[in-house]
Design a protein around this ligand. Structure first.
Ligand SMILES: *[C@@H]1O[C@H](CO)[C@@H](O)[C@H](O)[C@H]1NC(C)=O
Ligand SMILES: *[C@@H]1O[C@H](CO)[C@@H](O)[C@H](O)[C@H]1NC(C)=O
Ligand SMILES: *[C@@H]1O[C@H](CO)[C@@H](O)[C@H](O)[C@H]1NC(C)=O
Length: 475
């Protein structure tokens, strides 16, 4: 069976990155759906040679150095071998191999990917993780080595133990894996960007594999690939592939830039993938969900942090929510909390409220048209907006930041009113990450004023009611 290719369409350099935010602008979804149908029909009617042209057809002639190698080879050379590395991007390195690939995955950090061709001998190394610029996290990421060899009758290539008919994608779950934000930002979303167009006809190959990670994300990974994944560190077999990509594409913070996707997919399409992943598995589960969330009130879910950046007046905020006729749920995700349960709750939540932190990543589980209220402690404005505020808007949420003022911060109990820590956080954040971490991220709890919070919750309530989404007819 012929398969689609990882590099079957050329990834356009993001012109908008240069001018605007890394993830460009939102596009109308309809366009992507139509294109997708067109591609699907060509595949069904069995015109494989057409396919590449079709997938390529939306590409207009952008020219940045990094795409040149591929441009020169497509679309006419689809059946030819190639070995191409793109090291021009800030966040990620990516190497593509196509041909007779033998992957020996048994040597821990020294993983070999072999590739036979008749042109040249060559070796490339890269770390398949999307934080290329960051020494600390990258130091925990194992290197992948890719080599091409001159084909000759004398040279014995390792024998294939497993033949794969579909491409493989190599990435690492080292780095900051363990932090929810990074698990999505530097793992699942890049994996989606890189391989969703293959419609599950792709093998996921992971270095620094963790069982817990798989337990947590197997539902999601199952929507990306229908094949068993390969643990690069422990698999002793030689795997043969028609194509391999080492490294993942990434567009920005928790986002998908439709201008760089084959069918203009958005972060909304990533959420659709989550929705498929967490579909109730049985009628019993389905009944459970509908019973649990059938109440007619608007639902307010509050993310409760346990150690740092806590709400000091959580009880009062819960009471306030109830006074405003919300059904209030508290969410305090721990390592053992099943993501699908969180998804079900948030898929039925109208307003999500929490203090800035990795758990805000759960906004990805909210339905477009709902509201995210992020409480922004002193000294965290930039990160709060960059990592969660803007990405939430791209998903179609209404974003309401609640900016903590000095009196509402526990720091006002320790510092007097004129201290720069309170009145000029910028001057402290300029001192660097260590100060930010110690003072603002780890040394601060919040006590939002109830009148201000009432105002924001009321605003949230009307925003939900204005939105045309299904739950909006609730009280
Ligand atoms: C495995 O890696 C070591 C170095 O870490 C190297 O000496 C050895 O040759 C490698 N094994 C194979 C089969 O390539
Ligand atoms: C999420 O909510 C939407 C709209 O209410 C519903 O159609 C969908 O099935 C829900 N998803 C899951 C996984 O329950
Ligand atoms: C600020 O607090 C310190 C003690 O932490 C005190 O010694 C100092 O006088 C205070 N300054 C002002 C201007 O109140």
């Amino acid at each position: 069976m012929r398969t689609k290719s990882l590099e079957g369409w050329k990834r356009k350099p993001d012109q908008l990155t240069i001018l605007a935010g890394a993830c460009g602008m939102k596009v109308k979804k309809q366009y992507g759906v139509l294109l997708l149908l067109a591609v699907g029909m060509v595949l069904l009617t069995g015109a494989p040679m057409m396919r590449m042209h079709l997938l390529d057809s939306h590409d207009v002639t952008p020219q940045l150095g990094n795409d040149r190698g591929i441009t020169a080879r497509l679309p006419g050379t689809i059946n030819h071998d190639f070995f191409h590395c793109d090291r021009s991007q800030f966040r990620t390195d990516i190497c593509n191999l196509r041909g007779d690939i033998r992957m020996e995955a048994h040597n821990k950090s020294k993983s070999f990917v072999l590739y036979a061709q008749d042109a040249e001998e060559r070796m490339e190394k890269l770390k398949p993780y999307t934080r290329k610029w960051e020494e600390g996290s990258m130091s925990t990421v194992n290197e992948v080595m890719l080599t091409s060899q001159i084909a000759s009758p004398n040279r014995r290539l390792p024998k294939c133990d497993v033949h794969h008919k579909v491409p493989g994608v190599i990435f690492s779950t080292g780095g900051y894996t363990g932090n929810l934000y990074h698990e999505f930002n530097d793992g699942l979303i890049p994996l989606f960007i890189t391989s969703q167009h293959l419609r599950r006809e792709v093998v996921v190959i992971i270095s620094s594999f963790h069982d817990w990670w798989y337990t947590k994300y197997q539902d999601v990974v199952g929507q990306i690939s229908k094949y068993k994944l390969i643990d690069l560190d422990s698999d002793k077999r030689v795997h043969c592939f028609p194509e391999i990509e080492a490294g993942l594409h990434i567009h920005g913070e928790l986002c998908v830039n439709p201008n760089r996707m084959p069918n203009r997919e958005t972060i909304g399409d990533f959420r659709e993938l989550l929705n498929r992943a967490y579909k109730p598995a049985s009628p019993r589960e389905e009944a459970q969900i509908s019973q649990k969330y059938q109440d007619q009130k608007l639902r307010l879910t509050i993310i409760v942090r346990k150690k740092t950046r806590k709400f000091m007046n959580l009880d009062k905020i819960v009471q306030l929510g109830e006074q405003l006729r919300f059904k209030v749920n508290l969410l305090s995700p721990g390592p053992a909390t099943e993501l699908k349960k969180i998804y079900w709750l948030l898929n039925n939540t109208d307003v999500l409220l929490g203090v800035h932190g990795a758990a805000m990543t759960h906004f990805l589980f909210m339905r477009p048209g709902t509201v995210l209220i992020q409480v922004v402690p002193l000294g965290t404005d930039w990160a709060a907006n960059e990592y969660y505020g803007e990405p939430a808007v791209k998903l179609g949420l209404r974003y309401l930041p609640y900016k903590i003022i000095p009196e509402e911060s526990s720091l006002s109990d320790k510092h007097n009113a004129t201290d720069p820590v309170l009145v000029d956080p910028d001057s402290i954040t300029q001192q660097g990450w260590e100060s930010v971490k110690k003072i603002y991220l780890e040394g601060q709890d919040v006590r939002p004023s109830l009148p201000r919070m009432r105002e924001v919750l009321t605003q949230a309530k009307s925003a939900v009611k204005e939105s045309s989404k299904p739950r909006a007819d609730r009280q």
